[in-house]
Design a protein around this ligand. Structure first.
Ligand SMILES: Cc1cc2nc3c(=O)[nH]c(=O)nc-3n(C[C@H](O)[C@H](O)[C@H](O)COP(=O)(O)O)c2cc1C
Length: 207
């Protein structure tokens, strides 16, 4: 079976936001689709290691911010490559509460608020089915996963369902030993990690 055919599936990119008690948490997902049309139900897939899933299990609601091509370029590294267990991902952006869920401030193509209906166990991930309870219009062109790969030259970390071990064998990759952020290409000596602000000495060539 040739699993590379899966690369032809298309996706958007989203920030999931949820409250962990009094604290906002969240992560990046590409796995979101609309399941029903009337009184819409949506589905998202979350890795069991992601702290955001634990918070959603408790709070039973979450927001989705639809990432646009002109959303802040640090949104994906900040929300997608470190865990809310230890990081306050909203610190540099700020957030606003919408129906009991945090939405990260900034430019997005729209916002959705959802209430959990059920969770379906799928080995490494859980699929969360949720009812749409509110929406907010945004601006810009929604970012597709293909755009993220081709234009932003980003990749998916281990916890993403679409993780690819071998993204581009010709490009050298350096991983930050503090936060896991990956830099692809020739890394400058004065490079500073955009997520945790550590210097070049924390970056190691990936195998
Ligand atoms: C482009 C991209 C797509 C991702 N897609 C998913 C996804 O669909 N589901 C998922 O569980 N994690 C996905 N992730 C990984 C999570 O965002 C990541 O593991 C995050 O650090 C989890 O944070 P948390 O522990 O605060 O929940 C993706 C990350 C990136 C960068």
């Amino acid at each position: 079976m040739d699993n590379t055919v899966l690369y032809n599936l298309t996706y958007g990119l989203y920030v999931v936001g949820a409250m962990d008690g009094e604290r906002p948490v969240g992560c990046i997902i590409n796995t979101c689709f609309q399941v029903t049309s009337e009184n819409p139900i949506l589905a998202i897939s979350l890795n069991k290691n992601n702290y955001t899933l634990e918070a959603i299990k408790r709070s039973k609601r979450f927001s989705l911010s639809i990432i646009a091509e002109d959303s802040d370029e640090l949104i994906i590294p900040t929300f997608g490559f470190q865990t809310s267990k230890t990081a306050n991902k909203y610190e540099d952006f700020g957030f606003t509460m919408l129906d009991g869920t945090p939405i990260v401030n900034g430019k997005f193509a729209g916002r959705l608020v959802l209430e959990v209906i059920q969770m379906i166990d799928n080995e490494t991930h859980e699929v969360v089915l949720a009812r749409l309870v509110n929406t907010m219009k945004g601006t810009g062109t929604p970012m597709t996963y293909a755009y993220y790969h081709k234009v932003v030259k980003g990749h998916a970390p281990k916890n993403a369902p679409t993780y690819r071990k071998e993204e581009d064998p010709t490009v050298k990759k350096y991983v930050c030993d503090v936060c896991g952020y990956v830099f692809a290409g020739d890394i400058p000596d004065d490079f500073v990690c955009p997520v945790c602000k550590r210097d070049r000495t924390h970056f190691h060539l990936m195998e």
